[in-house]
Write a protein that binds this ligand. Structure first.
Ligand code: 13P
Ligand code: SF4
Length: 312
């Protein structure tokens, strides 16, 4: 209780804003000024006039907030909160890969490092990836990085043949198809909703596929009462809050553990959140040159998203 009071007091005193992803623990989601998916958080980062941004998410998200707010201090609860997808695409290897396809444009999923963003033409998130790809001419050659599952999903529905970098999210990629089939048999009245970072076999079974925010909106507007949810478990907090009369069943992983928490997202705790707000450290620091290069493809994404009415 003291922690909550202290965080609220410090936030006011320092004119700070807490931005949190839906995969954060419920206590962090509840104390945040804004909770969103990657697209919502990137957009929020462009409009805030706070003096201090406290980013409760993972490293690439805080980097994006810093790129969009180079003159504002951005702090994170734990600098070790990385991402398997971002780690799967080391800049040097990606540069060699990119050089093999000189005629291709690079579209990178926002779940990548600032260095990869700097090597990209347009960034996308799961909330706008299909529309961004479709906004390009049909014959445009494209490299899509780093998520091969999201890239494969876009190739399927757009009829394109984008060259895919071989990366995955270690949380979504191991959600169990077998467990989903069993859950569907046990709950024939439930709809399966899935994040596009899941593998193709899972997506083929889904009634709805979308970003974290799109899944949340779907469960709010849809008339069904029960959902099997194929994504990280943190989103259940918001789904249950928004639709208290509905039932949500989370899909377990292939591993012995039946949980599907992102180990990086869950490194953030209320204590670490309090300490980073109080001490204003650890801070996200990026060179000016990197910020300037990585900013362009993010701004392109936001611009296309506004033109296509995906965001306001
Ligand atoms: P979105 O926030 O775009 O739904 O992506 C999910 C995710 O894995 C974030 O790390
Ligand atoms: Fe990365 Fe997956 Fe965790 Fe998202 S859920 S931060 S993509 S490892």
């Amino acid at each position: 209780m003291r922690l909550v009071e202290e965080i609220i007091r410090l936030k006011k005193e320092k004119n700070a804003i807490i931005l949190a992803h839906y995969y954060q623990i419920p206590e962090i989601q509840d104390i945040a000024d804004f909770v969103g998916d990657s697209l919502g958080l990137a957009q929020k980062a462009t409009t805030t006039d706070a003096s201090l941004i406290v980013f409760a998410g993972v490293h690439f998200m805080a980097e994006t907030a810093k790129i969009l707010n180079p003159y504002t201090k951005v702090v994170v609860p734990d600098l070790n909160a990385g991402c398997s997808l971002a780690d799967s695409c080391p800049p040097r290897d990606f540069e060699k890969f990119k050089n093999k396809y000189p005629e291709h444009m690079v579209i990178s999923y926002i779940n990548c490092t600032a260095e990869i963003k700097a090597m990209s033409d347009i960034i996308c998130t799961s909330g706008n990836a299909v529309q961004i790809v479709n906004s390009l001419p049909k014959d445009q050659k494209i490299i899509f990085a780093p998520d091969k599952n999201l890239g494969g999903y876009i190739n399927n529905i757009s009829g394109r043949n984008m060259v895919l970098w071989n990366g995955t999210c270690e949380v979504h990629d191991i959600l169990s198809t077998e467990a989903i089939i069993n859950l569907k048999i046990q709950h024939p009245d439930a709809k399966l909703i899935a994040h596009p970072e899941c593998k193709g076999q899972v997506l083929a079974l889904a009634d709805f596929i979308g970003s974290t925010n799109a899944m949340l909106n779907f469960t709010k507007s849809d008339t069904n009462k029960k959902y099997i949810v194929a994504t990280e478990s943190g989103i259940l907090h918001q789904m249950q809050k928004d639709s208290p009369d509905k039932e949500f069943i989370i899909v377990p992983t292939d591993e012995t553990c039946a949980c599907n928490d992102c180990p990086y997202m869950k490194l953030n705790t209320m204590e670490k959140l309090y300490l980073c707000l109080k001490n204003e450290t650890p801070e996200m620091i990026l060179s000016e040159a990197l910020i300037n290069k990585a900013k362009l493809p993010i701004l392109k994404m936001l611009d296309i998203s506004k033109k296509l009415n995906i965001i306001k």
